[in-house]
Design a protein around this ligand. Sequence first.
Ligand SMILES: *[C@@H]1O[C@H](CO)[C@@H](O)[C@H](O)[C@H]1NC(C)=O
Ligand SMILES: *[C@@H]1O[C@H](CO)[C@@H](O)[C@H](O)[C@H]1NC(C)=O
Ligand SMILES: *[C@@H]1O[C@H](CO)[C@@H](O)[C@H](O)[C@H]1NC(C)=O
Length: 430
Amino acid sequence: MWFLKRGWQLRLLQFIAVLGSLWMLFLLSQLKTGRSAAYILRYQWLEYTDDDESPEKVCNCSAILLGEEEEIQQSKLLSISKDFQKSTQIPDEYYINATKDCSKFKTSRKYITFPLSEEEEDFPLAYSMVVHHKVHSFERLLRAIYAPQNIYCVHVDKKSPASVFIAINAITSCFPNVFMVSKAVNVVYAGWTRVQADLNCMADLYNTSTTWKYFINLCGQDFPLKTNLEIVKALRSLKGGNSMESEEMPQGKKGRVTNVHEVVDGQMQRTGKTKDPAPFNLPILSGNAYIVVNRGYVRSVLEDKRIQALIEWAKDTYSPDEFLWATIQRIPGVPGSTWPNRKFDMTDMNAIARMVKWHWHEGSEDSLQAVYPECKGHHVRSICVYGAGDLQWLIEQHHLFANKFDADRDLIAIYCLEKYLRHKALIELV
Ligand SMILES: *[C@@H]1O[C@H](CO)[C@@H](O)[C@H](O)[C@H]1NC(C)=O
Ligand SMILES: *[C@@H]1O[C@H](CO)[C@@H](O)[C@H](O)[C@H]1NC(C)=O
Ligand SMILES: *[C@@H]1O[C@H](CO)[C@@H](O)[C@H](O)[C@H]1NC(C)=O
């Protein structure tokens, strides 16, 4: 630039630089619209849209998730109308028939059959699903958590009606990574077999695949609050730790482990005998049935001699599912565990495994006792079965899953949640 004075040379250079950055901006914007065009072509059909032939579509889920009272009241009226319930139920026979053509079934039910991201592909999960009825609820749950890199073991209660077993078996046979447990048991409420069902799935999952990183157990009335990617991110941030309720056992529950129990006519009863203390003087902690644990924890459950002894000891206690996992979580040397010291106690609200709303903990925000807002659905055995009005609060929580949902009683809560999660999972792609 010998022909220009020094100041002009500088200005020319600046001009070229500005042109260059404008060009870059233009290229970037092209790339973006190119991407969203690709999104519309490749993924948009996987959204649950209002074009779908679902009767639930009359509800405005955006308004429900924003907590708009009028829409929530309307959805409540709709939920309890007999016509609506009749038209939204998917009978067991549908699943038995529709799964004869698996690829059609997966397409029409909009299953996601490819990993949505590398991060998820590199972090497979293992699920144990213990169910006994309501095939429709089960299938919506499976559809919400299904990803081809994960692995799913389904335990159907041995005493379930044949149609439930046949329909669920038919659904699982459509997926290479979903299988029925090798040994099903008869699950007794508050009895040992509830734990045995999960143990059988743990063993099968551990045997079937060596690559999964975390184990999550579910029942048929759970539903996710997060996308698979969000679950993977939350688990990675645990840095190998496990997450579950594990605290000092309240005085009122101690009788569960100091008395010998037996099953009489399908119910747990005390025999009048007193139990010996737990093996190795292990401190028994209180928790719940639902956990999020790494692969090493599951290996310990299957192989550690101390835990084998604890399992044998726990078989005649009351509701062992509500202390066994919590106790193992505090045994020194178990991968992802914490020390037994009380300072490591964790409540269900601080753990990410499960959000359950108990009736007696509900109340208004300004109350000093309340743990969560009042249930907007109804209660079953003092547990909230969520209604559409609970969603706005639920999706703000850090828990990966919530319990209970019921597709027969409040389908709109499930419908709006699944729609919200699917949309979120797909927009995470772009
Ligand atoms: C649904 O509710 C949202 C939020 O209030 C509103 O913006 C939207 O227009 C509503 N959609 C329909 C179809 O009514
Ligand atoms: C059974 O499934 C086939 C194919 O998926 C479908 O064409 C047919 O209508 C179904 N029959 C009934 C009775 O649902
Ligand atoms: C599966 O695990 C069980 C118990 O942990 C073990 O006894 C069995 O040999 C394993 N089976 C296979 C096929 O690896």
